[in-house]
Design a protein around this ligand. Structure first.
Ligand SMILES: *Cc1c(COP(=O)(O)O)cnc(C)c1O
Length: 520
């Protein structure tokens, strides 16, 4: 099948080969005893540099075998219960089948004459999501490759609505001048894609005004009001306020009702970045945590995070579907304005576009929304139980209470803050009271600094073993370790195992450090 295109007579056999190869690859990873097998960048580079892309193997089986050696053998398996590092989920089985089908049919979503029922299915899912949000019937939206693009599209609509409104105002300055005076207000812990969007949209360098967060990492509404008042005195125009429903690190949900009210008072576009927390829309027990999201003008939802869909699957949902007209361009060869049926390209920043909605469709038709929500609930519950254990574990310091499914913590060196105690017995651990919270005191003391210093080496050394993955980040200016729990099959015992691994790894790192220092 080396040079075959899909063909009516051979499609069954070809698909059997393709499916078997994919299944074999997945089975290899599924059988792995750990998240990944260690392989250095050098080793990987060397193996791949031996492959000459101008010299094909002329054999599908051989090409797949080669993949096994060069990629799958040491790929990161996100379904492993000890893969705890990133906001990348294990995927629902029906979605995987749908991916294959979508690629096989190769439907393109830009125009009705290429997509037919696929367009109606996609539009139904967008409307379904809008209803879950609580939007009125005029709502619409668009699938995108990810939250980054969803945020970009939402902010583009916000900009164009704002400019259009100001252009209607008598004596308004011409467009470029107005664009330079636009401001986006977002919490200091909002996702960096907000700034990326601002840059792409050609807005001023300091267009994104970071609004400080409260102790829980949520946007502070009194400060938001003050910043808006400040902008008015400088003749700057707020074009959007971005609230995050589930910040990437702390999982904090900004106070949506309050922010909505402020936006309504100031006539500002209200965007909710629910890339992570958007799965609460299907949670059987926690939907109320998104109260106020129905007052947004636009919402970003990443189905490829806590909805267990393969990458990429995101959507931007807008309260008023009419605002999507800012994306439209009518090309004579593609989407004449007078086509009676919907051409989805009129609402998208992409032209040729995959049928990403299909996987979500098949997942919902097979499992139903409650099952997805229950899986998200399970990892949120697990995060709470992990936090509970960490609170009474002297080996670690819990940085803050979890809000969704992330847990932020630090390893506590047994002899932290006492350089003379090198080699101090482990018993010192029990008396260690290094549970300083980042919200108290005037900055890190010696104990804090020692704990901070070990975050990166620990994260790296644990990753190097391949036995678990844990992330690192910074909260309130201090480094910490982070679990992102997205696998409902991960148990508390799995996490305990990772905590033991972190502790052992950290102890051996610090022992090395001491030996090194003693020798020096
Ligand atoms: C992940 C994330 C994004 C970016 O989404 P991608 O799908 O990675 O492009 C944006 N906002 C938040 C809050 C996120 O967690």
């Amino acid at each position: 099948m080396s040079s075959s295109l899909l063909h009516a007579d051979t499609v069954t056999d070809l698909m059997r080969d393709v499916t078997a190869a994919a299944a074999a690859g997945a089975a290899r990873l599924a059988g792995a005893r750990q998240p990944h097998e260690p392989a250095s960048h050098d080793e990987i580079d060397r193996a791949l540099s031996r492959i000459d892309l101008d010299t094909p193997l002329h054999d599908f089986g051989a090409a797949v075998d080669e993949l096994d050696r060069t990629w799958l053998r040491h790929a990161v398996w996100f379904h492993h219960p000890r893969t705890l590092a990133h906001l990348n989920c294990p995927v629902a089985v029906p979605a995987v089948a749908a991916e294959t089908l979508a690629a096989t049919v190769n439907v393109s979503m830009d125009t009705w004459d290429q997509s037919k029922a696929a367009t109606v299915m996609e539009r139904s899912l967008l409307t379904w999501t809008a209803r879950r949000i609580g939007f009125p019937a005029a709502a619409d939206g668009m699938f995108t490759p990810g939250g980054t693009t969803s945020n970009l599209q939402a902010l583009m609509l916000a900009r164009d609505e704002c400019l259009e409104r100001s252009a209607r105002t008598p004596h308004a300055a011409p467009r470029p001048v107005r664009a330079a005076s636009l401001r986006i207000l977002a919490s200091a812990e909002s996702h960096f894609s907000v700034s990326t969007a601002a840059r792409i949209l050609g807005l001023d360098d300091d267009c994104v005004v970071p609004v400080p967060v409260d102790a829980a990492g949520a946007l502070s509404v009194p400060t938001l009001r003050r910043v808006l008042a400040d902008l008015a005195t400088q003749s700057l125009t707020p074009m959007a306020v971005v609230a995050t429903a589930g910040t990437t690190d702390r999982g904090a949900i900004d106070p949506l009702e309050d922010v909505a009210q402020v936006c309504a008072q100031h006539g500002v576009w209200f965007h909710v970045d629910a890339a992570y927390g958007g799965a609460l829309l299907v949670s059987p027990t926690r939907r109320d945590r998104l109260a106020g999201i129905d007052r947004a003008d636009s919402v970003t939802v990443d189905f490829h995070k806590a909805w267990f869909q393969p990458i990429g699957c995101s959507a931007v949902i807008v309260r008023d579907g009419h605002t999507l007209r800012h994306c439209a361009h009518h090309a004579a060869y593609l989407n004449p304005a007078d086509t009676p049926e919907p051409n989805q390209v009129d609402r998208s920043l992409q032209t040729t576009r995959r049928f990403e909605a299909l996987k979500l469709w098949v997942t919902l038709r097979t499992m139903g929304p409650d099952a997805i929500g229950a899986m998200f609930d399970a990892v949120i519950d697990l995060a709470a139980r992990v936090a509970h254990e960490l609170r009474s574990d002297p080996r670690f310091e819990l940085v803050c209470d979890p809000s969704l499914s992330t847990v932020l913590f630090r390893w506590t060196p047994p002899d932290a803050g006492n350089d003379d105690a090198a080699g101090a017995p482990l018993a010192a651990h029990a008396s260690s009271t290094a549970h300083a919270s980042f919200t108290t005191g005037n900055g890190p003391d010696a104990v804090d600094e020692t704990a901070d210093r070990w975050v990166r080496p620990i994260r790296r050394a644990v990753w190097d073993t391949g036995r678990a993955t844990v992330a690192e980040t910074e909260v309130a200016g201090r480094p910490c370790l982070k679990f992102t729990l997205l696998n409902p099959q991960t148990t508390l015992d799995d996490v305990r195992e990772v905590l033991d691994l972190i502790h052992e790894t950290a102890l051996s790192l610090t022992a090395h450090d001491r030996t090194g220092k003693a020798r020096a």
